[in-house]
Design a protein around this ligand. Sequence first.
Ligand code: AMP
Length: 302
Amino acid sequence: MANNNQSMQVIETVAQLQKVIDSHIAAGRTVGFTPTMGALHDGHMTLIRHSVHENDVTVCSIFVNPTQFNEATDLDKYPRTPEADASMLKKNGADILFMPSVAEVYPNGKKATVTVDLEGLDEQMEGAFRPGHFAGVVQVVHRLVEIVTPDRLYMGQKDFQQFSIIAKMLHNLQMETSLRVVPIVRAPSGLALSSRNVRLSPEHRAAAPQIHEVLKAVNSRKYRYSVADLQDYGMAQLALIKDFRPEYFMIADGHTLRPIADVRDTDYVVACVAVWAGDVRLIDNMIYKKPRSLQIFVPPLL
Ligand code: AMP
């Protein structure tokens, strides 16, 4: 549809959403879906624009999923801006905004019912530092995809480990949805856009673009040092930023997210970081090597 004059439907129940989606599918329309936790910014809008470009109907969900937060305070502090979100989505051509309650998403309780063998994709990085996080992510994305039954699912490279795990889930469960990954959208300063950025102090916000600078500096050295040395260098550079506390700087095989010894060991290499800026946790990443055959990333919108 992708028609800015068309009004966007805001739907809160699964039954109502499925009725609307079923009528679109019956009319032969394709459906693109972007799950989010709200506090939307231009990173999310880039996903929406790709969905509008590639599908007849674009659905965005806003659901702050309690089961993926390993700390209750993080869930409480998560920014919520529903009115601004709705107007941004409308402007960018979304057709349906789905804003379900926790009871709509988990009518039988929050206990997970789907299990996926993630083959170690969840062992390192976010999986190691946020226990239970990816079980919650798999649970919610599986449930939402089951409700929306999209042709295409849009996720951001910003959460590299997350999209890798969801790709595995879709594949293992033979779901009929293809994953489309959108490259990281950054502020002109280089800072990766994130809903959490609004919680940064002015000083931390001014310093945060250095995370991207460190990722680039390590990239430029990647053929001269071992991965262990590159990671140490990355950690040391991040620790130099005033008030910043790096949690990890990991250079991994992009296919398996397992450690590698040298960037020549595989054709797909990603560097991922997590850094605390005061009490705000930021993540970022950079692909250091990518196989040509990889089809999952969207081409740039002209
Ligand atoms: P969130 O609301 O943080 O759960 O994010 C919803 C989706 O937007 C996820 O697939 C994120 O990876 C994606 N996303 C968030 N920030 C960015 C960004 N700066 N660039 C690209 N995708 C993003």
